[in-house]
Design a protein around this ligand. Structure first.
Ligand SMILES: [Zn+2]
Length: 561
């Protein structure tokens, strides 16, 4: 068994933007009086019965653990170290949390691919033993921003919402969605590839990378077949990094709707054509309604006059699609200013180079117009023509599913320039309906991680989180001929312990499962004993049990009530 220790780079999340299951243990690492131990009184909210802030936070984590635990199957406990820490805040975008595996393995028992890294929670599920414990580690480390405990202008006044019902208010962030997202990274929704150099961890691919490909070529090029330089180039190739696997491909058709947001400039002819737009977490969904109108550049008369951070002259955008530059105030504030001036749609031009245009985080339920973002390059070209009159349509391309390429593969987040740990370890934010594993958390997430709502579980199935309701390490959807295996260590018949090892066969049957079949098909005691005798003969002939064990099996059956 080969292995090596490596702390996986944390994947950060930005705001601004069966039966058996698995047992997920949340380990509270907060000091007394803070985070999970915050004694501040709080009224129960949205299904969360906690009566202190700390208790409510811990309840949310347990709720997330329960959702993942009910979705994934593992006979090994998944241990998650969790704490609240002061993370980066800005007025327009704050880090909500980060999480990653604390231990990774390759070439462990039952690995699907040789020489391939797996996060320890998944490796342990497949091996059937707690691999992280061998290293004295827990599987996942997760931290969440403690600065969102109370409103703070430095954090855009965002605060955590502790309800389970997704009913957060303006300026609140649904902690449950964020915890589900971060746990998702720790469970395997992340690549270990260096996002800047394209180098693989220790020169080996990871299981997530097995399914990453660039679709710029007629046949997608797998990340496994690329040089480091090629991987680094692909990671910053927007809308071309895909998940190339049959389970996610199938989920795309169940989950993602047709219609990719875009801006079509109708005139003047010099800039006519289709432009990518990033969608906003607030306002009407782009395309409902589709709006066609003249573009009007914001002019609030103060400082950078096109930033729309000061109320615009009344009626200055009536019937128009407003255009404002990013910076100084929140996306929502700009959109609201344009709406108040009469705009029927709004565009915010990025203030830094790069593509695709960013998703616009934030919240303001009073914004009812569709809002999108443009890249700096596109926005600059369009603004240069506004003085002479520009007519455009803000709507959707109905030939493409939002978040998939033209071949129906799900798109991963591949912005240029690269975004730290986030690139390729998320779906592209163009995905619609919004997905749990997009780089920014959206206010409309359902807490579902399965189709028809979400594609996270299909991705997990793809990387090896196979369904295994009876926890016999044989995939229920691929080879398990007995979905309810009796996994006791020795064969016990009617309370009589035969002492015969309850061998598990590669098809998912155990010796006891065969005995149970004997019982199911027997018409009476004599018939049952006879069937067990035949079973014992077969197992003995196959060299699976000894003569003495064969006798013990028959004896236990004969004594059974
Ligand atoms: Zn993330």
């Amino acid at each position: 068994m080969k292995k090596s220790l490596l702390l996986v780079a944390l994947v950060t999340l930005f705001a601004a933007q069966a039966f058996a299951g698995a047992h997920i243990v949340v380990v509270n690492l907060d000091p007394p009086g803070a985070g999970f131990n915050d004694p501040t009184a709080a009224a129960p909210i949205g299904g969360n019965p906690g009566t202190t802030k700390g208790q409510q936070a811990l309840n949310v984590f347990q709720q997330a653990a329960n959702i993942w635990g009910a979705t994934l199957d593992s006979k090994v406990n998944i241990n998650i170290d969790a704490r609240f820490s002061p993370l980066t805040c800005t007025a327009t975008g704050s880090v909500l949390g980060s999480a990653g595996a604390q231990d990774i393995w390759f070439d462990f028992p039952n690995a699907e691919f040789p020489g391939t890294w797996y996060q320890s929670a998944l490796a342990s599920k497949r091996a059937g033993i707690d691999l992280a414990a061998i290293d004295g580690l827990h599987d996942i480390g997760a931290q969440f921003n403690s600065r969102l405990a109370t409103p703070d202008p430095a954090c855009g006044n965002l605060t955590w919402y502790f309800g389970y019902d997704g009913n957060e208010g303006a300026n609140q962030i649904d902690l449950l969605a964020v915890v589900l997202h971060e746990f998702g990274h720790g469970l395997g929704f992340a690549t270990l590839v260096n996002k800047s150099t394209g180098a693989q961890a220790g020169g080996l691919p990871d299981i997530y990378e097995h399914y990453l490909a660039d679709d710029s070529t007629s046949t997608p090029t797998s990340f496994l077949d690329m040089t480091n330089a090629q991987r680094a180039a692909a990671i910053i190739n927007p809308l071309h990094v895909i998940w190339n696997g049959p389970k996610v491909d199938a989920a795309v058709t169940q989950v993602l709707t047709f219609g990719t947001p875009g801006l079509t400039v109708n005139s003047p002819s010099g800039i006519a054509g289709h432009y990518l737009v990033g969608s906003a977490a607030f306002g009407a969904t782009i395309g409902s309604p589709t709006v066609t109108a003249a573009l009007v550049l914001a002019n609030d008369g103060v400082g950078v006059t096109s930033d729309a951070c000061t109320p615009l002259p009344a009626g200055s955008m009536t019937g128009a699609i407003g255009v404002a530059d990013r910076g100084t105030c929140t996306f929502a504030a700009k959109a609201k200013a344009m709406q108040d001036a009469g705009a029927i749609g709004a565009l915010i031009v990025n203030n830094a180079a790069g593509s695709p245009p960013p998703g616009l985080g934030g919240a303001d339920p009073t914004i009812t117009i569709p809002v999108g973002s443009l890249t700096l390059t596109d926005g600059t070209a369009i603004k240069a023509q506004i003085g002479g009159g520009v007519n455009a349509t803000l709507g959707v391309d109905l030939s493409l599913r939002a978040g998939a390429d033209s071949a129906g593969h799900a798109l991963l987040y591949a912005p240029n320039p690269v975004v730290g740990g986030s690139s390729t370890s998320h779906w592209d934010p163009i995905a619609f309906p919004n997905q749990l594993m997009e780089p920014a958390i959206n206010g409309d997430l359902t807490h579902n991680v399965t189709p028809p709502f979400d594609m996270t579980l299909p991705l997990f199935r793809e990387i090896g989180w196979y369904p295994d309701a009876d926890l016999d390490l044989v995939a229920d959807d691929n080879g398990d001929a007995c979905l309810g295996s009796d996994l006791q260590a020795s064969v016990i018949i009617g309370g009589n312990n035969s002492g015969v090892p309850n061998t598990l066969f590669t098809n998912g049957w155990t010796v006891k499962d065969f005995v149970n079949q004997c019982q199911a098909h027997a018409t009476n005691r004599v018939s049952f004993n006879s069937r067990v005798a035949h079973l014992g003969d077969s197992l003995f002939s196959a060299g699976i049990i000894t003569q003495a064990q064969k006798d013990a099996l028959q004896s236990a059956a004969a004594r059974a009530k």
